[in-house]
Design a binder for this molecule. Structure first.
Ligand code: C5P
Length: 219
């Protein structure tokens, strides 16, 4: 039994890493299994939302009832999100988007030979910041995976990007694992959630959002 708090609401979720190509066989990426984003997409769908999941390359099955759009690069993810975001009540940016991409993509495989190779990188767009700055933005949820100073970095991210909620975790406690320990940061402060598998953590996030949006009235 799942309470249908979000029926009639559309939710857009990004998940997984992005791949930034260097040549036809090599990419720069972030280590991200996509598990947290997929669990969140599934929980919102079970709570009655119409969920679209824009996914980087992962090896996970599409959650039941979720519409999945596959992308590879950050620029493709940005285009897929901006094309679809209007009309969505919530945008949950769980993807580990690569902050930089190679300035040039070699059309042919780069051959070894030189003792040193220097890569030039250029900044990728910040998809979440861009969505939060739209004239009529959805309710924006960001994720902060940090290796230290979680409270400070997560709260700063929330304020700087103009987000309603940041879900923070320490990478040491989350990456590739089935369990996660997260802290929610919103305008009212910090709320630690109990350590649990990612499906249960996703439910904790969905319940928190439902309360904040006034979709349930339990305290
Ligand atoms: O600033 P930082 O990358 O740590 O912020 C993480 C949050 O921003 C995540 O929610 C992530 O999905 C989002 N993000 C994004 N586009 C980027 C980088 C991060 O949407 N280029």
């Amino acid at each position: 039994f799942a309470p249908k708090w979000f029926s009639g609401h559309a939710v857009l979720v990004t998940a997984g890493p992005t791949y930034e190509p260097l040549d036809p066989v090599r990419v720069l990426t972030n280590l991200s299994s996509g598990k947290m984003g997929y669990a969140l997409a599934q929980a919102f769908a079970q709570a009655g939302a119409a969920v679209t999941l824009v996914s980087g390359p992962v090896s996970l099955p599409t959650p039941l009832g979720v519409t999945r759009v596959d992308v590879t690069t950050a620029e493709q993810m940005r285009a897929a999100v901006l094309e679809r975001v209007s009309g969505h009540r919530i945008f949950a940016s769980v993807a580990a988007v690569a902050d930089y991409r190679p300035a040039r993509v070699s059309p042919q495989k780069i051959k070894k030979g030189a003792e040193r190779l220097t890569l030039e990188l250029v900044r990728n767009p910040d998809i979440l910041a861009e969505v939060a700055a739209l004239p009529e933005p959805p309710w924006c949820i960001g994720f902060a995976a940090e290796s230290e100073n979680l409270d400070e970095y997560a709260e700063r991210k929330r304020r700087e990007k103009g987000l309603q909620l940041v879900v923070g975790n320490l990478v040491q406690e989350a990456m590739g694992r089935d369990e996660n320990t997260v802290v929610l940061y919103d305008e009212n402060g910090r709320i630690p959630l109990p350590t649990a598998d990612k499906a249960q953590v996703a439910w904790g996030i969905v319940r928190h959002v439902a309360r904040r949006l006034g979709l349930i009235d339990t305290a």
